[in-house]
Design a protein around this ligand. Structure first.
Ligand SMILES: C[S@@+](CC[C@H](N)C(=O)[O-])C[C@H]1O[C@@H](n2cnc3c(N)ncnc32)[C@H](O)[C@@H]1O
Length: 285
């Protein structure tokens, strides 16, 4: 497998809180990023630090007035709230992938996983997800989120029984690969029968260059823009995806962004800030 890589930021460091030095060392040699002590990072005026502590991995912008850390949290926080009280199969993302159609439970390939938010919502509603992420730092955060969520469901004291088994089922439907989606798609039918291994649905959500003033952009987006920049191969991904899917490709875009590859979708679902473009290949079963 090729190494995932598209780090745009030249100053990314690994650091740890006391007691987590060994894990930081391992991460530094795996990601080939310099290791600094926590004290050293405090004196820095710019750059990004991947921090190992008792809560797992987080990404922290360095320097004065930097926003707080970003981490991947599937078991608690916003992901838990959305899982328990979110919009269900009536929300646009669910309709876009066909989850509102009869008892369709699609196998979805998410080509642009990021921190796995969209994938987790879709898995919570019954879909099975394979997430691909090519940026090694983002992939490390994503994997850490999955590992910690799996550890937390094992800790029975934290959850009542029903909630625990729901989350276990959801996590069992999610897997992840640190690879560029173009390479994954190109290799998809080399060894197997296409009809057997093609995903039901392919989901694409590439980074879009922002024109908003940085103060208005959420801290997570700010960090992502520093880390991965704009994904300018989104059009290529769409054209490849259309050849390797059973039922449909779904593209998430900012509401007023042009279509990927200038290709008109079959239809779109438009929200206030986000639009889902749906490219149907054949009728859902
Ligand atoms: C906007 S973020 C996705 C956010 C995600 N939908 C979520 O809900 O958390 C886009 C991500 O896709 C990744 N990406 C872009 N092009 C990719 C490709 N060709 N292969 C794998 N990952 C890709 C980027 O590194 C970035 O982390």
């Amino acid at each position: 497998m090729s190494q995932p890589s598209n780090n745009k930021h030249s100053s990314i460091y690994i650091t740890s809180r006391p007691g987590y030095e060994l894990r930081a060392e391992l991460l530094s040699s795996r990601l080939k990023l310099p290791l600094l002590s926590f004290e050293q990072t405090k004196g820095m005026v710019e750059g990004l630090a991947l921090v190992v502590d008792g809560l797992g991995l987080s990404l922290q912008q360095l320097g004065k007035n930097a926003p707080g850390p970003v981490r991947c949290d599937f078991a608690g926080g916003a992901a838990k709230h959305r899982r328990l009280y979110g919009g269900g199969k009536g929300q646009d993302i669910a309709k876009a992938v066909g989850l509102n159609h009869k008892s369709f439970k699609p196998k979805i390939l998410d080509l642009t996983a990021g921190l796995g938010r969209d994938s987790f919502v879709l898995a919570s509603l019954g879909a099975s997800l394979l997430m691909l992420e090519r940026n090694p730092v983002v992939f490390a955060l994503l994997e850490d989120g999955l590992v910690r969520a799996r550890e937390q469901v094992l800790d029975k004291e934290l959850y009542d029984e029903k909630d625990e088994s729901d989350l276990t089922d959801i996590l069992n439907r999610i897997s992840s690969v640190g690879q560029d989606a173009k390479i994954y798609l190109q290799q998809l039918d080399e060894q197997f029968e296409p009809d057997v291994i093609y995903p039901d649905v392919i989901y694409i959500d590439p980074m879009f260059p922002t024109r908003e003033k940085s103060g208005k952009v959420k801290k997570e987006m700010q960090l992502f823009h520093q880390l991965v920049g704009a994904d300018d191969d989104g059009s290529e991904l769409l054209l490849l995806a259309l050849k390797k899917v059973k039922y449909r490709v779904v593209v998430k875009r900012p509401a007023h962004a042009p279509f990927l590859a200038e290709k008109k979708p079959g239809y779109s679902l438009k929200g206030k800030s986000t639009r889902f473009d749906i490219y149907p290949i054949k009728k859902l079963p």
